[in-house]
Design a binder for this molecule. Structure first.
Ligand code: SF4
Length: 372
């Protein structure tokens, strides 16, 4: 299965916690960027993709016509057979946008919400209100979207268990199909990193954050959302196929500045310099990228890390067949230690994170990557 990801890096405003490749939106640079993308798409060999994901950045910061044309070019090159998703910021959705996306093939909408609480929205530097989110969900239904997803964030400075619960309940009350609940990560060189250096007590420690995570799991599961990955919950039939392909160590093509690809055992990541990207793509040259071939134990370790993020975990027999590795034997010291500390559990045919292990997924997965 092949997935295609397109990075649309411009935003109407920049959030202080974000370290994605993104720039403030200007009409001239957006137009150049779309031109560069169409050159890059035209250079790609034709291939049949199962999923397409337009992410960012803020894809709906652009004029809808740009997106519709882009979808046409992508469809022509990749003939997407299954899922097509787009991310939107709720306050930027204009009348008619969602119907136009739907007509151009989009069937899944992912709405960046993070919180329904006005104080937290302000702290995060976002601009929407809870009412706007409700209007966008209703508009998505009217436009005929098959799946509507919301992103929420826990561990936001100033958040409390009660305010987190209110956000979760607002999301559930909108009867969306899918909810992603991410812990805030303070990335280096962001305004949040400077804030935390000045005022560490404003940020959650692991124990308090783990409580919020546990609350999300309990509340969402009780509301009929099955957890299928560390941060992702879906009603039956609404899991995100594009992301499932990543976690299955499937192949994907990333287009645009800073985008990552993985094909035939090689992973490459495009430059995060917008100027370099634009110059190369517009001149019809390969986009400067860093590439590495993943082989042997390294490839298996990456696959383990991805599979462990899913609730199903690593299927031991499949893993042996695909990578020639007996996980239990080859990673014995890591598996034993993590099982003893209550972060991993083994069933007859799988190895998976425990509930506590899911909260510490990055540490657990890291242990497999670094094991020699
Ligand atoms: S979080 Fe989203 S909207 Fe905010 S700056 Fe990052 S990409 Fe843009």
């Amino acid at each position: 299965m092949l997935g295609v990801y397109v990075h649309l890096p411009f935003c109407a405003y920049l959030c202080p916690y974000c370290d994605f490749a993104k720039w403030p939106l200007r009409a001239s640079s957006a137009a150049r960027y779309f031109e560069a993308l169409s050159c890059e798409i035209a250079r790609e060999p034709r291939a049949a993709a199962a999923t397409l994901y337009l992410g960012g950045g803020t894809p709906n910061a652009y004029d809808c016509q740009h997106i519709v044309q882009l979808l046409g070019a992508l469809e022509d090159r990749f003939g997407v057979t299954a899922e097509r998703s787009i991310e939107v910021n709720p306050e930027l959705v204009r009348d008619g946008d969602l119907a136009a996306y739907r007509k151009a093939g989009i069937r899944r909408l992912s709405i960046g919400v993070q919180s329904f609480e006005p104080d937290e929205i302000r702290t995060l530097g976002r601009k929407h209100t809870g009412e706007m989110v409700g209007e966008v969900v209703a508009a998505a239904r009217n436009a005929g979207m098959d799946s509507v997803s919301l992103d929420l964030m826990y561990g936001v400075p100033g958040q409390t268990p009660a305010s987190w619960e209110r956000s979760l309940r607002r999301a559930v009350g909108l009867q969306v199909d899918h909810i992603s609940a991410y812990g805030l990560t303070v990335e280096e060189n962001t305004p949040y990193a400077a804030w935390r250096a000045r005022e560490p007590a404003a940020f959650f420690d692991d124990d308090r954050e783990a409580d919020l995570y546990a609350m999300a799991i309990d509340l969402l599961q009780a509301a009929g959302y099955q957890q299928y990955e560390v941060s992702n919950f879906a009603r039956p039939g609404h899991q995100c196929a594009h992301n499932l392909n990543y976690w299955a160590n499937g192949e994907y093509i990333g287009l645009g500045v800073g985008a990552a690809s993985y094909r035939e055992g090689v992973r490459w990541v495009h430059t995060r310099s917008l100027d370099e990207y634009l110059a190369a793509a517009l001149e019809g040259r390969p986009v400067p990228s860093e590439a590495e071939r993943l082989e042997g134990r390294r490839r298996a370790g990456e696959a383990m890390m991805l599979a462990l993020r899913t609730v199903q975990g690593v299927r031991l027999a499949d893993f042996k067949e695909r990578y020639g590795i007996d996980v239990i034997e080859d990673y014995d010291p890591v598996v034993s230690h993590l099982a003893l500390t209550g972060l991993l559990e083994r069933t007859a045919d799988t190895l998976r994170l425990t509930r506590r292990g899911r909260f510490l997924a990055n540490d657990v997965c890291g242990a497999f990557i670094t094991f020699e």
